[in-house]
Write a protein that binds this ligand. Structure first.
Ligand code: ACO
Length: 384
């Protein structure tokens, strides 16, 4: 018998520690998120995205020279291979959802990469740089517009908005987007990060790990919630409608998108950071009424969730204010999850490198609950 076999089954792997990481720490009881040593609220609203990536990957904030090196390393990768663009064009013509298009494109990101030079670090830079470029190109193609090449003078977040809209973003927009990207860059061993680690642990390759993670992120129980969360706020339309609308949903046994979390049993600290960023962005010009309505919806939802699901501690999660912030940046809801992916890919890459360094295959056990005493019957003797 294997002495290391733990026979206790943990549904959904809840509470199981399956990796060690220095990237981020989630304390669900205290509502704390630490990103490489910093509390999310202390670093996300201040750092540029590249500073945050450096912090995560190299465990310290960059000096000016290190930052310049990182920016220079990313810039050449932003232009997409012709084959990737062709793929995105086909996905746009077929009106495939943006996350499907991104998953297809990511699988082809290394088509122009010389074979034999597939070191994981170079692949990491390439994957990070190309993710927003692919989202922007897909979205423009979907609108019947020509993709816009990256602008070498702009940083990562500004380039994303530039490639999307064809206009230089304002500093308030860049700050809003960077705060978002920084806030969701990493989050412990969530489903997509776990997926990336499982794949890379088989000594597969970085593109496979990131493509697999994209598939995991897409689901509505993980990264697919912000679109529906915003739709819900729009549907409600006025604060007075929040209670009857949400009550009807809960009576029908539906889940309220943007609420509840496997780990956080208090308000997700990222919701606070994003709510503050949204407030700032909307104050700099935007639909202030929408912000006020969202706060009213949040307050009502949390109150009703306590009434309908007592003892579950269902609180606002990151997706609720993601929706509001990204909407304020002029992003269509279809791009909310792909934008999440453009941030989280930095975390996936960091985790993949960490996992590779352990050299250990991830291979949990299962508990068999099927029959054990069946006897073979020939085909002609089998009854229904
Ligand atoms: N609305 C209504 N009820 C809920 C919600 C919700 N948002 N979330 C959980 N519940 C209920 C469940 O129905 C269940 O009730 P029951 O015990 O009476 O059957 C109970 O609370 C526990 O739910 P679980 O599914 O066991 O909780 P789990 O930890 O697996 O769920 C999850 C976490 C998937 C995020 C869940 O809260 C949910 O579906 N939320 C809505 C979708 C969403 O916002 N997803 C984004 C998450 S953040 C992220 O991944 C980046």
């Amino acid at each position: 018998m294997n002495s290391t076999l733990n026979t206790g089954f943990a549904s959904g792997l809840q509470g199981i520690v399956a990796a060690q990481t220095r990237l981020s720490h989630v304390d669900g009881q205290r509502g704390e998120l630490i990103l490489a040593g910093y509390r999310v609220e202390d670093v996300a609203p201040l750092a540029s995205f590249e500073e945050m990536v450096h912090l995560l990957w190299y465990d310290h904030l960059p000096t000016a020279a290190e930052l310049a090196r990182l920016q220079q390393a990313l810039a050449p990768w932003r232009a997409l291979p012709a084959a990737t663009l062709a793929l995105l064009r086909s996905a746009a013509q077929a009106e495939r959802p943006a996350m499907d298009a991104l998953r297809m494109a990511a699988g082809a990101f290394d088509l122009d990469h010389p074979t034999g030079v597939q070191d994981d670090v170079t692949m990491g830079y390439m994957l990070l740089a190309r993710m927003p470029a692919a989202v922007a190109a897909y979205w423009r193609l979907r609108q019947g517009l020509t993709p816009i090449p990256p602008e070498p003078a702009l940083g990562h977040a500004a380039n994303y908005l530039y490639m999307l809209n064809g206009a230089y973003p304002t500093s308030a927009q860049v700050r809003g987007l960077e705060t978002y990207l920084n806030t969701v860059i990493d989050h412990g061993l969530n489903a997509s990060t776990f997926t990336a680690r499982v794949i890379i642990a088989t000594r597969s390759d970085m593109v496979s790990a990131i493509t697999g993670a994209l598939g995991a992120l897409k689901g509505p129980l993980h990264g697919g919630a912000p679109g529906p969360a915003l739709d819900m706020v729009f549907d409600i339309g006025a604060a007075a409608q929040a209670e009857p609308y949400l009550r009807a949903k809960l009576e029908a046994g539906e889940r309220l998108m943007g609420f509840g979390h496997r780990v956080y049993k208090v308000r997700d600290p990222r919701a606070e950071v994003l709510a503050a960023a949204a407030r700032k962005l909307y104050a700099a010009g935007g639909d202030g009424e929408l912000y006020t309505l969202a706060r009213a919806v949040e307050e009502t939802a949390v109150r009703l969730l306590a009434e309908y699901k007592p003892g579950r501690n269902l609180q606002t999660n990151v997706e609720f204010y993601t929706a509001l912030l990204l909407h304020g940046l002029g992003m269509p809801t279809a791009l909310f999850t792909p934008t999440f992916a453009a941030a989280r890919v930095a975390g996936w890459i960091g985790h993949a490198w960490e996992q590779t360094a352990t050299g250990r295959l991830i291979r949990p056990a299962s508990e068999y609950i099927g029959a054990t005493d069946r006897i073979w019957t020939p085909l002609e003797e089998r009854l229904v």
